[in-house]
Design a protein around this ligand. Structure first.
Ligand SMILES: C[S@@+](CC[C@H](N)C(=O)[O-])C[C@H]1O[C@@H](n2cnc3c(N)ncnc32)[C@H](O)[C@@H]1O
Length: 293
């Protein structure tokens, strides 16, 4: 393929080529009906509302799966996914998520988090949920902030989840390139990371104490089961941007159900839920507080 294949950096998983294959480069059969089927399936399964312009992205993300499974057409691959196992579905979903993230992304949220944590009594253990955790930079940033903010008290319980099991595996490993921690202060690097050697040379690993603060599990925000012990703070950042409005409402209702009264909801820089004042109202830049009692 005569392509510029420079990757856009998506944390540890650079999967989005800057220039995607043009139709004449395609060696696997992929037509409009296949694309519409992918759009429908991913929307039904995880709520992602794929833009009609994303044909090339879908082709480039899924064609590897087709080859691995020996399919020559998208139709036969999708038939296989639909009649296949949970693993086939999971691979399909993992291929289509976008996982861009970084340590202390949208840094102002971590100042708000630290402030809120300082006001929780030292005997209480704050509960924080990071529900689109991607490769782990976000939940580890939360755990570092909690450790720094709650000197002398139990720092926090941090639950991290994502629908994509590949990124969760990376998150659980807690190994990152030096480049991805380049913006962290020397003090944080020394306190929270170990420098890799041997096969991990050029990388860092989160220290066991930090790793132990975070529990990872798969969770689909499209679930109907929101029964869980309520949280003080939820980070749900840069994921609802991929959902349509009815799906956003459905997820907001779920998040409302599992936040304590007065609890905080952090959302991404381009996400705005001002229309849902019965559930949340804005209290700072992209910081919402749960409405009601
Ligand atoms: C762009 S990343 C954002 C990561 C992080 N929250 C941040 O702001 O840096 C979006 C993440 O949402 C996850 N995601 C997409 N749909 C989801 C769903 N239905 N349930 C849970 N996670 C989902 C993707 O797998 C991806 O890791």
């Amino acid at each position: 393929m005569a392509l510029s294949n420079t990757p856009i950096r998506t944390s540890n998983r650079p999967t989005v080529p800057l220039s995607e294959p043009q139709p004449f480069d395609r060696d696997l059969e992929f037509n409009q009906a296949d694309f519409e089927r992918v759009r429908r399936l991913i929307h039904e399964r995880v709520g992602i509302d794929l833009h009609p312009s994303k044909q090339n992205m879908v082709y480039s993300r899924l064609s590897r799966r087709l080859r691995e499974r020996g399919h020559l057409t998208f139709r036969s691959y999708l038939d296989g996914v639909q009649s296949g196992s949970d693993t086939d579905w999971q691979e399909f979903v993992n291929s289509l998520t976008t996982n861009l993230t970084s340590f202390y992304r949208e840094a102002h949220h971590f100042d708000v988090l630290a402030e809120r944590l300082r006001h929780i009594r030292s005997g209480d253990v704050p509960r924080i949920w990071c529900c689109a955790a991607s490769t782990g930079e976000e939940p580890y940033s939360i755990a570092m902030t909690a450790t720094e903010a709650r000197v002398g008290s139990t720092s926090a319980v941090v639950h991290a989840s994502d629908v994509d099991t590949d990124v969760l595996a990376t998150a659980e490993r807690g190994v990152y390139s030096l480049e991805s921690v380049a913006a962290l202060s020397e003090a944080r690097l020394r306190r929270f990371f170990l420098k890799g050697s041997g096969s991990n040379a050029g990388k860092v690993r989160v220290k066991p104490e930090l790793r132990a603060m975070v529990t990872f599990r798969p969770f689909n925000l499209l679930t109907n089961d929101w029964r869980m012990e309520p949280y003080d703070i939820i980070f749900c950042r840069n994921v609802m941007i991929y959902f349509d409005r009815p799906t956003q409402r459905r997820v907001l209702e779920g998040l409302y159900a599992c936040l304590k009264p007065g609890g905080l909801l952090m959302v991404g820089h381009s996400e705005n839920f001002g229309d849902h004042r019965d559930l949340f109202h804005l209290t700072g830049k992209t910081v919402y507080v749960r409405s009601g009692t």
